[in-house]
Write a protein that binds this ligand. Structure first.
Ligand SMILES: Cc1cc2nc3c(=O)[nH]c(=O)nc-3n(C[C@H](O)[C@H](O)[C@H](O)COP(=O)(O)O)c2cc1C
Length: 308
């Protein structure tokens, strides 16, 4: 058993993507990182996934776009972003200079749009991987790719052909058989799977007899969804061989360790960034001791070690 936590190896391998440590930030919850620079030592993060970009700028959904719920929040942002060209010109140079792996999240309305985005990113420096957002619940038609195994396979395979970056496919929890979708993404050549995006939900203002969100439905995130995300990581770990990234309600070292033991090789912190921007740093600081507590010398040694 290692006595000194500094002997512990924190680096992890997600297919062809290497991370200095397994603590990343989740798309849409950390802006383009510069907004967080005063609060987080950005260079210490294992990876940064900026807000999903689309080919054209998108204004997103009408307000109200977020609402607090018990142990979580609902959002229906609707992929508000300035488009790929603005991202490459204004955000990517900053992100690329920081040090952590830059994993660019993309979403398209069609397989062709995913491919065009991937091809455009292929011409840019400073990108370590792409995350395919085939799971956004807030864009009309957006969940289709992640809800249908053959569509998911088609999108991942097309992007795989179009660019040489490692690919993370980010899946939705809003399906009956997530293992089936995961196997399709693996068969299509995904390097890793990000599990999960938000759970479809709704908030009601009964006095006004109206939905609270302008888009009516939204994505539930935060501690409320952690058991769902853990269950999906556990199930998918039994269905595929590629590495998994756990996402959903992670706010503490205990949360992160639960995901590693359940089968995730890395984690992304999302909603916690809003109410505790230092969550990632706290988790990272506590990680070596937590691994030592399990007698492990590396993150890899604990991944998927859960018994019955
Ligand atoms: C306000 C907000 C915006 C989000 N935007 C995106 C997005 O653009 N792309 C994406 O893949 N996921 C997006 N997500 C989902 C998160 O990346 C993450 O998968 C989800 O919130 C679950 O993790 P959490 O419980 O730690 O927040 C968003 C989540 C929130 C709360």
């Amino acid at each position: 058993m290692p006595e000194n936590p500094t002997d512990v190896r924190l680096d992890v391998q997600l297919g062809r993507l290497r991370l200095a440590n397994p603590i990343m930030v989740a798309s849409g919850t950390f802006g383009y990182a510069r907004e967080m620079a005063g609060l987080v030592d950005l260079k210490r993060l294992g990876g940064i996934v900026p807000k999903t970009i689309t080919q054209q700028p998108r204004a997103g959904n009408p307000p109200q776009r977020t609402v607090e719920t018990a142990a979580g929040m609902l959002n229906s942002i609707g992929l508000d972003n300035d488009g790929v060209e603005a991202f490459i010109a204004r955000q990517l140079p900053y992100l690329a200079a920081l040090g952590p792996a830059v994993i660019v999240s993309i979403a398209g309305k069609s397989s062709e749009e995913f491919v065009q985005l991937a091809q455009r990113l292929q011409q840019s420096d400073g990108i370590d991987a792409v995350e395919l957002n085939v799971s956004c619940p807030n864009v009309s038609g957006g969940t289709d790719f992640g809800a249908d195994p053959s569509l998911c396979e088609q999108v991942v395979a097309s992007v795989r052909r179009a660019c040489s970056y490692p690919i993370l496919a980010k899946l939705t929890p809003n399906v009956t058989n997530v293992a089936e979708i995961a196997r399709a993404a693996e068969a299509a050549g995904a390097d890793a799977l990000s599990l999960v995006n938000t759970c479809l939900g709704m908030a009601v203002d009964w006095r006004r007899r109206r939905p609270v969100l302008g888009n009516v439905l939204g994505g539930l995130s935060g501690p409320a969804i952690k058991p769902i995300a853990l269950r999906i990581v556990y199930q998918v770990a039994r269905a595929v061989k590629i590495p998994l990234v756990g996402i959903g309600g992670i706010a503490s070292i205990d949360d992160a360790m639960e995901f590693f033991v359940a089968g995730a090789s890395a984690v992304q912190i999302g909603t916690a960034n809003f109410y505790d921007p230092t969550a990632t740093m706290r988790i990272l600081d506590a990680l070596p001791d937590a691994l030592v507590e399990l007698g492990a010398r590396s993150v890899k040694e604990v991944v998927g070690t859960i018994g019955k």
